[in-house]
Design a protein. Structure first.
Length: 328
């Protein structure tokens, strides 16, 4: 093989890239910033990837320096030298090197209201509550989830038809506006809760004098309150989140929101509670706050939503864990 040294160089570069990804993942794990990108339940896969990348990287570097040609190539009878030009190889390797360099050079950025404005805040259970009984002949959110996984092209076609129907002013009972998903298409629930989980949690919330949305049950408690706002009207509630506004909100209205992750930031959805207070417009978007108030009901875009009339508010720093997760 005439180009054996050239092939050894490519093997060495591939080993360095694998070690680079190993170091990047190790840095994110040790700093705790890995949860800015993935949900904690995905951590076993990250640990497996770190070990695998490290082993493969070391093996590649060792192979590149071996004096035994049989350890570099497999003697399969085929030519292993690279056919690409140096420029082509540089471009290809840059696709792998660039994320490693940026991962070390730039700080991790948490999703904020600029992303929330593209996703809308989560009120999926309210939609289910307000759909007519004859909804069985239409696609439900779970149907869409299954369709997205099995046939993404058909999913997008169905979604476009539903969005166009609402954009054309179709508000008939057979095609309500709330039928349009407000979350990222990948943000469907992928883990079923234990039997009776929501019923038990709802009973505990109704018995409490004051509801405090904890990070561990933020999504679940928000879903329950969204589904039964009339049951929780008059209850005191306390929660932490960042300030987010929709363009059509009144000046003193905002959502106290958190991003919820199923697997990673790509499927992040916005969960929150609509709130209002005097001089609410003075709060800047993305400001993290701890609020306490009384739950009421309101109508927003023909949806019956829970509404927090704020009694007290405290500006706080962004929590060390800004995202919430649906764990059971």
């Amino acid at each position: 093989m005439n180009n054996r040294p050239d092939y050894r160089f490519h093997v060495f570069i591939r080993g360095i890239i694998l070690i680079g990804f190993t170091m990047l993942m190790f840095k994110l794990i040790t700093t705790g910033n890995i949860t800015n990108f993935i949900a904690p339940r995905m951590m076993p896969f990250i640990y497996f990837a770190v070990v695998t990348f490290l082993i493969l990287g070391v093996v590649q570097i060792w192979r590149s320096g071996s004096k035994n040609d049989e350890e570099v190539v497999c003697n399969c009878g085929f030519e292993h030298s690279e056919k690409n030009s140096p420029l082509q190889s540089l471009v290809i390797y840059s696709f792998f090197v660039f994320p490693i360099i940026t991962g070390f050079m730039f700080p991790e950025v948490v999703l904020d209201s600029s992303i929330a404005s593209k996703r809308g805040f989560k009120s999926g259970l309210v939609q289910q509550q307000q759909e007519p009984a004859e909804e069985s002949d239409r696609l439900t959110d779970q149907d869409l989830a299954d369709l997205y996984l099995s046939d993404p092209e058909e999913y997008m076609k169905q979604l476009e038809e539903r969005v166009e129907g609402n954009a054309s002013g179709n508000t008939d009972s057979d095609q309500p506006q709330s039928d349009v998903p407000l979350e990222h298409p990948e943000g469907f629930e992928i883990e079923a809760p234990p039997e009776g989980y929501y019923e038990k949690l709802e009973a505990e919330m109704l018995q409490s004098d004051k509801i405090t949305l904890t990070e561990e049950q933020y999504i679940q408690m928000t879903n329950i309150i969204d589904k039964f706002p009339e049951k929780f009207a008059g209850k005191e509630m306390e929660l932490i989140g960042f300030v987010y506004r929709e363009p059509d909100f009144e000046s003193n209205q905002f959502v106290v929101a958190r991003f919820g992750l199923s697997c990673c930031v790509a499927d992040a959805s916005v969960y929150g509670t609509l709130a209002a207070m005097p001089d609410g417009e003075a709060l800047e978007e993305d400001q993290w706050v701890r609020v306490s108030g009384v739950l009421e009901q309101t109508t927003y875009n023909d949806w019956n939503l829970p509404y927090l009339q704020i009694n007290s508010i405290e500006k706080i720093e962004q929590p060390s864990e800004p995202y919430v997760y649906e764990n059971y």
